[in-house]
Design a protein around this ligand. Structure first.
Ligand code: PBG
Length: 323
């Protein structure tokens, strides 16, 4: 035998020397669920270890995460039913607790990278990402709401705007309103290839944001499709996105790879709630080693081509990798 691949695996030093993919806490974005109450830490049943945080309490949580080395965060609002409406006006209301929380976070921790979520579903009585009329999710009527929401978020100090709604043309609408209002330095991370997935279940429990009727298949992508991801990514690039996201991650590693091969923008992966829940549930049952499994999972996304990963494992990863 001339070739013995095992020689390059014979010691930890050699294995590390030839390692092709690296994963550090700098690659991770930690999602946090924010409530309108001040002090709260309520568990999410389908996501053990993840909490809904009161808007004051979350400052301490962020400080703890920063000490562990986490610098990237994405915030999601848990909006009480009485603040929801058909057109989601509360999303850009100046008294909106989500925007106020962002201001407080950026005041206290100006150096962190704070990302928002743009879509109607947390604010919508219909539980859809766009305005609903007679069972139809209206595209063009939704765009100005998404744009206004994005502008309010940029004004609150969010560093990256994260449109997760999958309406056509929203990146252009958002880029335009930001630029017209001197927010040329605010980034956009487009949820480009966002699939109509069963893996969002626990997230919808966390936000109580599940659609009241129908499903999201007329705007989120068909899991069977890959070419369509290229089209979505191309449009988002042309319309002004700074990052292209694939979501979910684990069942869509081929899509991450495809976009990374075809686009120069950084590709991000959303390791979603259901993917977290699967690993967590198995680990809690003693069926999988928690740390080894989430490390391998996150590494696979990096290997597929993701620059950054939105993941509920971020804090546990940071804790496990403390130097
Ligand atoms: C909604 C939104 C969803 C997620 C992020 N933003 C759910 C959905 O589209 O129904 C899911 C994230 C997760 O499952 O972790 N705009």
């Amino acid at each position: 035998m001339y070739q013995r691949p095992r020689r390059n695996r014979k010691s930890s030093a050699i294995r590390k020397m030839v390692e092709e993919t690296h994963l550090t806490v700098s690659h991770l974005i930690y999602p946090l669920f924010i409530t309108h109450t001040k002090k709260e830490k309520s568990p999410i049943v389908s996501m053990p270890g993840i909490y809904r945080w009161g808007h004051e309490e979350v400052l301490q949580e962020i400080e703890d995460c920063i000490e562990l080395g986490i610098e990237n965060f994405v915030l999601f609002p848990v909006v009480p039913e009485e603040m929801k409406s058909k057109r989601g006006e509360y999303s850009y209301d100046e008294n909106n607790f989500y925007l106020k929380t962002a201001i407080a976070i950026k005041n206290r921790f100006p150096h962190i990278n704070l990302m928002s979520d743009v879509a109607l579903d947390p604010y919508s009585t219909d539980g859809h990402d766009g305005i609903v009329e007679n069972g139809i999710i209206l595209n063009d009527e939704t765009l100005p709401v998404l744009a206004q929401m994005s502008l309010a978020q940029a004004q609150a100090g969010f560093d990256i705007i994260g449109p997760s709604d999958m309406m056509d043309g929203r990146i252009a609408a958002i880029r335009e309103i930001l630029d017209d209002n001197n927010h040329t330095n605010t980034s956009i991370m487009a949820y480009s290839a966002k699939y109509a997935s069963a893996f969002y279940g626990p997230f919808r429990d966390a936000l109580d944001s599940a659609p009241k009727a129908g499903d999201k298949k007329t705007y989120q992508m068909n899991p069977a499709n890959k070419k369509e991801a290229l089209l979505e990514a191309m449009l988002d690039l042309e319309e002004g996105a700074d990052f292209l996201m694939v979501k979910p991650a684990l069942s869509y590693l081929d899509v991450i790879h495809l976009l990374n091969e075809n686009f120069t923008l950084p590709i991000t992966a959303y390791n979603v709630s259901g993917e977290y829940a699967m690993v967590k549930a198995a680990a809690l049952n003693g069926w999988l080693n928690y740390e080894a499994t989430f490390t391998e999972t996150l590494l696979s996304m990096r290997r597929a081509g993701a620059s950054a990963i939105l993941t509920y494992f971020a804090k546990d990863f940071a804790e496990a990798n403390q130097k």
